[in-house]
Structures are given as structure tokens and as C-alpha cells.
Design a protein around this ligand. Structure first.
Ligand code: BMA
Length: 334
């Protein structure tokens, strides 16, 4: 048993759906599955669509999974999900022998098209990709980053004529070989060529992170600004065995911030406390890893309710809700 994690609590504005039970897990799958998590979610043509990650075929010796793919689920209400029988995407579908694994999908609708951001492991580093689809049957890859980069999320509209994305490059050499990774952003006129790259949020800006941070759910537009979730990691070397791995010393939380509508490189509000911290059985006690909340989707409903989707402990997908005004109020001026 590992040492206790020093306490971090979720914000009072959060209500976990169904007492924190998963909205989707391996028991819902029509195909081989072990861990269903880190999903992207959108509302598209009157339906909710979820693209989720499925890690399966566990290798005891290496303590990892031999296989990984992205599946799809559809819902009328964002709570009850029906899983498509055929997997949506695997690394092999990308027709690039360099790519060995495909994971962590995020979805954004822009001008009636669905954009999928994803991470791939390649023989020469980890890359972030952007693809577009209108039918979830065929996709076109529009852009791939240089390694190492991942956790990309897109804003749902162009801002001053440019597409905008948040991303998390991970420089190792210049950071002393350790994790110390921040959230950056880039701009594009055509979704293919990205530049004007800027640092947005650094680890030291977050009192409850000491290791790395990265984009979480794609931003939603509100009167107060672009509201977006990010993930944060604190590491404690005294933590021992947690979950299935022999040693897991990190804790992942979700944080929240507001960006300026006209100039999203300006943070206008930020919560100095976690929005969601691992507390329930699924988040803190069970699974492949423990103490992981990995937000990937946020939907604003017409009545002001916000649905937040997050992977719990790299094992199941959960959902929480909050009121938009309460979330905005958490983002204190910086
Ligand atoms: C990150 C990514 C995520 C994962 C998280 C916690 O580095 O690999 O896919 O959910 O770690 O294990």
C-alpha cells in the first residue's frame, strides 16, 4: 500500500454524475477492452458523440497494454451511451509505419465539421495530430506536430481569422531530463500549418502542480471568455505502489481557466484550486493507475449546465456537472 496522498479536494460546485460511477467502461464494450478512458465528447447533429480510448491486452511483465484503439459511442442525453460495434480508429488505419500507438482523442465542432485531435507514439517520438471528419467513417489527417507534443485541443471557432489550438510540447533536454512541461498555444490560417507559438500557462502558475500541466477539454465560448479545463500533475517521490503498476507517484487533477475572447493568449481568470481532484473509488483507489483525473470533454447545455467528461485512473470514463456561472466565478482575475 502506498503512502497517503496529501489531501486535495474537488470544488463544491461539482456534482459527480451517478455518484461517481463510470458513464462508460469495459463492461459496455462489444469488443475486447480493458481500460476505457480519456474521451473527447461533442454535440453534433442533435446527438452526443464520444471518442474514447481503449487500452487492452495487458502485458503483466511490462505492466502495460499491447494494444490501443479509439472507439465511438453515441448518446441522446450525454449520460446513457451506445457503443458502435466497430472500432473507430487504430494506429494501422493511419497508414504510416512510423506510428505504433494512437490515443487520447479530443473532439471539437468547427463550422459543422468534426475535428479530432489525437496523440500518436511513433518510432521517433510522440506527436499530436489533427484530423477532420463529417461522418465518423472516413477521416482526413490535416496536420501532425514535430515530436514531442500532445494533448492538443482546438477552439470551436476561428479567432481573428485564425484557428487556435492549445498544446503541450514536452522538452526534455532543456528541462534537465525531468518532467516540467507547460501549456502552449499555436495559430493557423488553414488548420495545416501552425505557428506564432506562445507559452500560455506554466507549471509554476498552478499552486497544486509541481510536475507538468496540459490542455484538457476544448474551450467553450461564454460571455466572460473562453472557459477551458486543463490537467495538472503533482509528484511525490515518497508515493509507492498504487494501482497495477509497481510504482506510481503522480496525481492528476483538473483545473479551470478563462481566456480573453479576442486574444486567447491572455488568461483573464484562473482558479488556484483544483476543480476536480481524485476522491472517489474509481478516481483514487481502483484501476490501472490511481489518483488520475484526465478531463477531455466539456459540453455547455442551453440551461447553463456544463457536463465535464474525464478519464478516471486510466481505467474508466466518468462525468460531472456544474453550473456555468459557478465555473466562471471560480476563475479569479489574474
Ligand atoms: C499522461 C497520458 C495520459 C494518461 C496520464 C495518466 O501522460 O499518458 O494518457 O491518462 O498520463 O496516466
Amino acid at each position: 500500500m502506498g503512502k497517503m496522498f496529501p489531501e486535495l479536494k474537488s470544488s463544491e460546485v461539482i456534482t459527480r454524475y451517478n455518484g461517481g460511477e463510470p458513464v462508460l467502461s469495459k463492461v459496455d464494450m462489444p469488443f475486447e477492452a480493458d481500460c476505457i478512458f480519456n474521451a473527447g465528447v461533442i454535440k453534433y447533429q442533435e446527438k452526443y458523440i464520444m471518442a474514447f480510448r481503449n487500452d487492452y491486452d495487458y502485458n503483466e511483465e511490462k505492466q502495460n497494454f499491447r494494444k490501443c484503439m479509439i472507439g465511438l459511442a453515441y448518446s441522446e442525453d450525454g449520460k446513457q451511451w451506445e457503443v458502435q460495434k466497430e472500432p473507430f480508429l487504430t494506429a494501422a488505419d493511419l497508414n504510416d509505419p512510423e506510428i505504433t500507438r494512437l490515443y487520447d482523442p479530443r473532439l471539437t465542432v468547427i463550422e459543422d465539421k468534426c475535428y479530432l485531435c489525437f496523440a500518436v507514439d511513433t518510432k521517433h517520438g510522440i506527436r499530436g495530430g489533427i484530423a477532420v471528419t463529417e461522418d465518423f467513417k472516413t477521416i482526413e489527417i490535416l496536420s501532425m506536430t514535430a515530436p514531442d507534443n500532445r494533448n492538443m485541443v482546438l477552439f470551436p471557432e476561428k479567432i481573428n481569422g485564425r484557428y487556435v489550438r492549445l498544446e503541450r510540447p514536452f522538452p526534455v533536454y532543456s528541462r534537465g531530463g525531468m518532467d516540467r512541461f507547460d501549456t502552449w498555444m499555436s495559430f493557423s490560417y488553414d488548420m495545416r500549418y501552425w505557428g506564432d507559438t506562445k507559452l500560455l500557462l506554466a507549471v509554476e502558475d498552478i499552486p497544486f502542480a509541481n510536475d507538468k500541466i496540459g490542455p484538457g477539454a476544448p474551450p467553450i465560448k461564454t460571455k466572460a471568455g473562453w472557459l477551458t479545463l486543463f490537467h495538472t500533475v503533482d509528484i511525490d517521490k515518497s508515493r509507492e505502489k498504487n494501482g497495477w503498476e509497481s510504482c506510481w507517484q503522480k496525481r492528476y487533477c483538473a483545473g479551470i481557466m478563462l481566456l480573453d475572447l479576442e486574444d486567447p493568449s491572455k488568461i483573464i481568470g484562473l482558479s488556484k484550486e483544483p476543480l476536480l481532484a481524485p476522491e472517489t473509488k474509481w478516481e483514487a483507489e481502483e484501476g490501472f493507475r490511481t489518483h488520475v483525473i484526465f478531463p477531455g470533454g466539456m459540453i455547455l447545455e442551453e440551461d447553463g449546465e456544463v457536463k465535464i467528461y474525464y478519464g478516471a485512473s486510466d481505467t474508466v470514463e466518468c462525468m460531472a456537472t456544474a453550473q456555468l456561472d459557478d465555473l466562471i466565478a471560480l476563475c479569479k482575475p489574474v
